[in-house]
Design a binder for this molecule. Sequence first.
Ligand SMILES: Nc1nc2c(ncn2[C@@H]2O[C@H](COP(=O)(O)OP(=O)(O)OP(=O)(O)O)[C@@H](O)[C@H]2O)c(=O)[nH]1
Length: 299
Amino acid sequence: MESGFVALSGKPNVGKSSLVNAILGRKILIVSDKPQTTRNRINVIYTDDNSQIVFVDTPGIHKPLYRLGEYMVKAAVTALKGVDIVLVVVDAKDGIKKPEKFVFEYVNKSGTKAIGVINKIDLVSKTRLLELSRVVEKELENCIGVIKTSAVTGEGIKELLDVIKNHLSEGPQFYPEDMVIDRPFAFMASEIVREKIFQYTYEEVPHSTAVIVEEIKERENNVIYIRANIYVDRNSQKGIIIGHKGSMIKKIGQDARKELEFLTNQKIYLDLHVKVKRNWRDKDFIILNEIGMRDDINQ
Ligand SMILES: Nc1nc2c(ncn2[C@@H]2O[C@H](COP(=O)(O)OP(=O)(O)OP(=O)(O)O)[C@@H](O)[C@H]2O)c(=O)[nH]1
């Protein structure tokens, strides 16, 4: 069998998680239109008859503002070392500017083989793409190819998968063939709730939120009971998450429940509680630990 580890790197919001979902052909990772959705290092596993690729999705590399941000960048940079290939994803619409160069610098320093991925090609003209390809090829020192993709239309996804496969070498099967993600169900559940918060709230609110699943148990009639706490930074944010007469938390809960039911094929009872923990992103090591931030540094 051919196998290997492939990290995704790039500034926030370029479509790293969407690309992994497109390659797997199903939604595994949460996606939002706001930067810095992905916080942890997550392994997503693609397996077919003769290959296994472990995609290491990482938080976008950016200049950190909070300790949470520092952990996120460290997790992203650590992931670049010790993988076989790194996909350096850029947004075709944004082009190559300072934040992209910041990412290239990290990747070049790691010395890992790199594939440039120009994503969101559905949003730009063909001529612009040619130009971008040339720049990426020039800037990436260990470049083994540049592929143009759209995670939305699926264009270029097969080609990307083929280039990755061509550069894998003989290796073990790292995970069982039916495993697609290396995180427990509680993590998936908290991520799905967090995705809905990212979808429905704005500015600092989504970034000030942590979701921790406190309890999962199977109740009679095959219902899965999930209790989760949503932590926010300030009282005003609690008000926003709860919404007028509870309308927002109801919407978040309903959407998350539907998705969890689709995922598990079972009835879900989702019990959400909003709590205020001032400055948790800087100070609350219990929460940072629970959402896996500190572990990511030690790995
Ligand atoms: N039009 C278009 N939109 C895309 C494409 N790929 C991703 N998007 C959108 O871009 C946004 C960001 O996508 P994500 O997959 O969350 O990006 P990410 O790089 O994982 O983001 P972070 O988790 O913040 O680092 C979402 O709104 C996606 O729907 C694409 O190929 N075309």
